[in-house]
Design a protein around this ligand. Structure first.
Ligand code: AMP
Ligand code: MG
Length: 331
């Protein structure tokens, strides 16, 4: 009898302490994480009494999940999966249309370096299912042989692809859009200071404890090290790197950002970080600049209003736009 009472008390104590651990320090930020879009997403609300935004944070995660459900090739009912199955015309959600429009804008601005119709190629390399492999040259030839962007038709909310050789893939942009949606949900709930971070790609709102947010830029060759720290306000920051989703074969490094012209991983950069107002834009631009390489990539950044960036070239040489130079502290 006494033993069971002791056990009950011990259990109650355990449960209580676990519950208390879940709560934040009074006055500290509210921090929550969820697995979404193949990465850990962290939402941080830096407000006095931050816990009252618990519901808003859940709603922000749910908004991101909706974007994943619309735009992931892994979700059978998503807009992109339905388009892949039907070829079209497929009526897509307004959100998908919005992402597609930004994708087409950045595709045009980058001369096709950003190409949302590379789904076949991405699948061929196995980056879509997490089992990357080196395809045969003939397979790559076949996968880049479609009309690409020219075969993508958007008529109102109806989208179609002329050729079965191409497949819409929003993998280079959808995460950024989902982050924007989360920030919108938080802002609409009255949150003034927050950060939404999806595997290093993020958007910030307001300040962190009355100061600018400080964001580390991952060193592309030294895991866990940062190249520099950015001080940012209401901005988005996105990095495309050759160290993400990569594999080695016969001493060659292969990764998931593909050059639409060759069908092979783009090899002019190690990493590109872009700062812009909207994450959807920063995301597409980072991928585009990565493919273009340091020279043409820097030209694109400098000619894009509201965009700043940092490029680490294949040889490790770093170049930055003037506006970014003002907010970076090198490590
Ligand atoms: P990110 O990490 O944002 O640079 O996006 C890389 C992802 O975008 C890949 O995993 C592919 O799904 C897709 N992708 C690869 N190459 C390109 C490209 N040249 N243009 C647009 N999307 C691409
Ligand atoms: Mg991107």
């Amino acid at each position: 009898m006494i033993r069971s009472v002791v056990i009950v008390f011990a259990l109650a104590f355990l449960v209580l302490s676990l519950l208390l651990m879940q709560r934040q320090d009074p006055g500290g930020p509210l921090i929550r994480t969820r697995m979404l879009m193949g990465t850990v997403v962290e939402i941080k609300v830096d407000e006095p009494d931050a816990e009252r935004y618990e519901t808003a944070v859940t709603a922000a995660f749910n908004a991101m999940e909706r974007i994943e459900d619309l735009m992931s090739l892994h979700v059978p009912e998503s807009d992109v999966s339905r388009l892949a199955a039907a070829g079209g015309p497929v009526r897509v959600a307004p959100e998908t249309l919005e992402v597609l429009q930004v994708a087409l804008e950045v595709a045009a601005a980058s001369g096709g370096a950003f190409d949302p119709t590379l789904g076949r190629l991405v699948r061929l390399w196995g980056f879509a299912d997490g089992h990357p492999r080196l395809p045969e040259p003939a397979e790559i030839e076949a996968a880049i042989g479609g009309p690409g962007l020219a075969g993508l038709e958007v008529d109102g909310r109806l989208v179609s692809q002329k050729s079965a050789k191409d497949l819409l893939d929003l993998g280079g942009i959808a995460k950024g859009y989902a982050i924007d949606r989360a920030i919108e949900v938080l802002a609409a709930a009255g949150v003034r200071h927050a950060a939404v971070n999806a595997g290093g790609d993020m958007r910030l709102l307001g300040e962190r404890s009355g100061r600018p947010w400080k964001i580390g830029i991952q060193h592309p060759r030294q895991a866990g090290e940062v190249l520099g720290i950015l001080e940012l306000g209401n901005q988005a920051v996105v990095t495309s790197g050759d160290y993400e989703r990569a594999f080695e074969q016969n001493g060659v490094h292969y990764h998931h950002i593909l050059d639409p012209r060759t069908g092979y991983p783009a090899d002019l950069c190690q990493a590109v970080t872009v700062v812009a107002d909207r994450t959807v834009f920063a995301d597409a631009l980072a991928t585009a600049v990565f493919v273009l390489g340091p020279e043409r990539g820097m030209a694109l950044l400098n000619s894009t209003p509201g965009a700043e960036g940092l490029i680490v070239a294949a040889d490790g040489k770093i170049s930055v736009t003037p506006g970014l130079r003002e907010v970076v502290t090198w490590r």
